[in-house]
Design a protein around this ligand. Sequence first.
Ligand SMILES: Nc1nc2c(ncn2[C@@H]2O[C@H](COP(=O)(O)OP(=O)(O)OP(=O)(O)O)[C@@H](O)[C@H]2O)c(=O)[nH]1
Ligand SMILES: C[S@@+](CC[C@H](N)C(=O)[O-])C[C@H]1O[C@@H](n2cnc3c(N)ncnc32)[C@H](O)[C@@H]1O
Ligand code: SF4
Ligand code: SF4
Length: 335
Amino acid sequence: MTAPLIDPFARAITYLRVSVTDRCDFRCVYCMAENMTFLPKRDLLSLEELDRMCTTFIGMGVEKLRITGGEPLVRRDITKFFAKMGRHLETGALKELTLTTNGSQLSKHAQSLWDAGVRRVNISLDTLDEEKFKKVTRWGRLKQVLEGIDEAQRVGLKIKINAVALKGFNEEELPTITKWCNERGLDLTWIEVMPMGDMGDYDRIGQFWSLKEVRRAYEDHYTVTDLTERTGGPARYARLEETGQKIGFITPLSHNFCESCNRVRLTCTGQLYMCLGQEDMADLRAPLRADENDTTQLEEAIRAAITLKPKGHDFDYSRQKVAGQMSRHMSHTGG
Ligand SMILES: Nc1nc2c(ncn2[C@@H]2O[C@H](COP(=O)(O)OP(=O)(O)OP(=O)(O)O)[C@@H](O)[C@H]2O)c(=O)[nH]1
Ligand SMILES: C[S@@+](CC[C@H](N)C(=O)[O-])C[C@H]1O[C@@H](n2cnc3c(N)ncnc32)[C@H](O)[C@@H]1O
Ligand code: SF4
Ligand code: SF4
């Protein structure tokens, strides 16, 4: 392995998130516009190229690889890509190979993911109400996701549910979602909605539900104990003592966690975003394609990009207007 990747703020970069497609079978209201224009397929890195890219990062100290999208499981042959990445788990270079998914294709793919070495998946689910699910995802069917969760559990995958906290949408469901996760043995993490992508008249501030309030809502019913354990992701965890359940909080707005950032994001076209909340990016496609048999140029480009990693995002809703908004949609980098 070459020297580790350290950014200008002395943060070691050990976590790579890869968006393997910008396409999705849902159109969640906070993530995409209804009429999205997607990239032409010819612009995408091939799976072989993504393999070479990820393998290079792993050689430079990346230990956690999360595949995301758009919806990662709608990309053709993606399970073959997971199977290939599994070799880095076998050598011990990679500590975790995982994905974030909307769950719609898990009935089909859960077994192959397990066979590739995936042990834990994060599944996005904001509501357990069929009609509301249709509203928030526009195109999704709750039943299909629940079947995907069943199959993932059947094959042995550990599941974390990611729910975006949305005022006036899933507020009232906090007890039901929490209870449902507990009964099914699923971890649960709440996420604050971030200003990604221009959504026209979509009201982000109106829908912003601070996780400080979510925590208070838990405290009305449970004894909540903060935990020190981390997964290498941005969530902080607390335990509900009455049930022993672990709840995660991802709080980019109410409690910034950038100082412990360990991650960068690669898009399906080979752009490297050094921060989710800034526009800076580096093109890695040209150095990747410069020489198929030698990754020297790619490694140099990655090191140069890491020296440009910003301190953090500038998201802010505190003045009753959206600050720090990104022009790109969340699906571009995969969250
Ligand atoms: N602002 C910000 N938000 C992030 C970052 N990483 C993840 N998130 C948000 O948290 C959501 C959930 O992240 P996941 O894909 O579940 O990944 P994770 O939280 O690293 O997962 P674990 O490994 O389970 O901790 C993302 O979709 C983003 O909305 C980050 O670096 N900065
Ligand atoms: C962009 S999706 C990609 C993976 C997959 N399609 C899924 O939904 O899990 C990753 C995560 O980003 C979250 N997300 C999307 N837009 C967001 C926003 N504006 N603010 C906060 N989280 C967002 C989603 O809820 C999801 O958990
Ligand atoms: S959050 Fe995930 S499922 Fe929803 S539109 Fe975005 S990429 Fe698709
Ligand atoms: S906003 Fe940027 S610096 Fe902050 S945790 Fe996310 S990626 Fe890291």
